[in-house]
Design a protein. Structure first.
Length: 380
C-alpha cells in the first residue's frame, strides 16, 4: 500500500515559486523570477560505514509513495525507489526524503547542462561509422534524454594475497636444421627460444578505494560502464541538488553489489600477481586473498539517460552528467557495411587482374603502349 508524503519545500524567498538546482552551480534558481539561493554544502567530513556491520542486513525499505504536488495539488505516484521527479501535470519539481536504512552520503551535482550535452551527443552521433542514414531523424536530445541521479555503492578494502606460481624466462639455444633450398639439401643454424620455469611465491598487498558499483536495477546495461567520475568533486549530500531532476534510491542490496566489487578487485589482484612474478611468461598455480578494513558508502551520481527504438529494437545512450563522457548502443546499416565489403573486393579483384595480365617486371612503357595500341612517339 502506498504511503502519503509531503514534498520537500524549495520555495523562492522572493516570489514563493518552486526553485530548482541550476546545473554547474551550487545554488537553486527560481523558475519564475530567476532569484537564486545558495545550497548548504555542509563540508563536515564523513566516515564510511563498516561493511561487516551491514553486509548481511536488508538495507532497502521498499515504499511506494503518493506525493502531494506543491504546484497543482494532484496526488503523484512515486515508485518504490524514486525520490524525485517532476509532476506530470504541471512540471513542478517534487523531492522526498530517502527512506532506505543507509541514506546517500555524498553527491556529484550536474555540471553538463542540456546545451552542452546536446553538442556532445551530436558529435558522438556524427562520429558513428556505418550508422543508418535516417538515424539522426529519429533522435531529439531535448525530448529523449533525462537528467537522472543514479545511486552507487562505493567500496574500500585493504587486501593481502599469498600466491604460488612459476616464472618463465626465455633463453636461446643454437640448433642446426636440415632444409631444402631450390631442391638442394642444406643445413642452417638458427637460434631457438626456450623457456626456463622456476617456482615462485610471495605475498602482495593492495588498497582499494572508491570502487563504484551501480545499485539501481533496470538501468541500461551500459550504465555499468559509466563509473568514471572525478570523486574530488563530491560534496555532502543535500536533497536540494535533486530539485528538477529524476533520482532513485538503491534497490539492489549491499551484499550483491559487494560481490560485484570483489570480482573486480580480484581481477586487479590477479594482474598484480602476474606483474609480481615477472619474467617473460607467468603461471599462477594458486592464490588466496584476505580482505580487511572494508567500508562502504552511498553516492548519488549524475547521468543523462536516453532510450530509443529503431526498427523494433531498443538502444540506450548515456552521457556522464559531470564529465561529458558518452557511451551508447547503436544500430548499424548493413547496406553500408556490405557496400564497403563490395568495394574492397572490387579493388582486390582489380589488383589481382592487373597482376595476372601485366608484366611490371619488364619495360613498363613498352607494355603500356602495346596494350593500348599507342604509338611510342606519343608520350605523356
Amino acid at each position: 500500500m502506498s504511503k502519503f508524503f509531503k514534498a520537500l519545500p524549495f520555495k523562492c524567498p522572493s516570489c514563493g515559486s518552486i526553485m530548482i538546482h541550476k546545473i554547474g552551480t551550487y545554488h537553486l534558481e527560481c523558475q519564475n523570477c530567476k532569484s537564486t539561493k545558495a545550497i548548504d554544502l555542509d563540508n563536515t567530513p564523513k566516515s564510511k560505514y563498516p561493511l561487516n556491520r551491514y553486509i548481511n542486513q536488508n538495507l532497502i525499505v521498499p515504499t511506494p509513495k503518493v506525493v502531494d504536488c506543491l504546484g497543482c495539488g494532484a496526488d503523484i505516484e512515486f515508485s518504490e525507489d524514486e525520490i524525485s521527479k517532476n509532476c506530470p501535470y504541471c512540471n513542478t519539481p517534487l523531492v522526498v526524503k530517502a527512506l532506505n536504512l543507509i541514506k546517500p552520503s555524498k553527491i556529484i551535482p550536474f555540471y553538463i547542462d542540456s546545451k552542452e550535452g546536446r553538442n556532445i551527443f551530436k558529435k558522438w552521433l556524427g562520429s558513428l561509422w556505418f550508422a543508418p542514414s535516417d538515424l539522426k531523424n529519429l533522435l531529439h536530445y531535448e525530448n529523449r534524454f533525462k537528467p537522472t541521479y543514479v545511486p552507487f555503492f562505493s567500496f574500500d578494502s585493504s587486501t593481502s594475497t599469498y600466491y604460488t606460481g612459476q616464472r618463465g624466462d626465455i633463453y636461446y639455444v643454437q640448433v642446426t636444421k636440415r632444409v631444402y633450398i631450390d631442391g638442394k639439401e642444406q643445413y642452417i643454424t638458427e637460434m631457438e627460444p626456450r623457456i626456463k620455469w622456476s617456482y615462485v611465491s610471495n605475498t602482495i598487498y593492495r588498497d582499494f578505494k572508491d570502487i563504484l558499483i551501480d545499485a539501481k536495477s533496470n538501468l541500461p546495461d551500459i550504465a555499468k560502464n559509466m563509473n568514471r567520475y572525478d570523486l574530488n568533486t563530491l560534496v555532502n549530500y543535500n536533497p536540494s541538488f535533486l530539485s528538477g531532476y529524476t533520482s532513485f534510491e538503491y534497490n539492489i542490496e549491499l551484499k550483491e553489489c559487494y560481490e560485484v566489487a570483489k570480482s573486480y578487485m580480484d581481477s586487479i589482484i590477479y594482474k598484480d600477481i602476474l606483474w609480481d612474478i615477472g619474467g617473460d611468461e607467468q603461471r599462477v598455480e594458486s592464490y588466496q586473498s584476505n580482505f580487511s578494513n572494508e567500508a562502504f558508502d552511498v553516492y548519488m551520481l549524475p547521468m543523462w539517460i536516453s532510450h530509443f527504438k529503431y526498427k523494433n529494437k531498443e538502444y540506450a545512450i548515456i552521457v556522464n552528467g559531470a564529465t561529458g563522457e558518452i557511451i551508447g548502443d547503436r544500430p548499424y546499416s548493413y547496406f553500408k557495411i556490405f557496400a564497403l565489403i563490395f568495394v574492397i573486393l572490387l579493388i582486390a579483384g582489380a589488383f589481382f587482374y592487373v597482376s595476372q595480365n601485366y608484366d611490371f617486371g619488364g619495360d613498363f612503357e613498352t607494355n603500356f603502349h602495346q596494350e593500348f595500341n599507342i604509338p611510342k612517339s606519343q608520350n605523356f
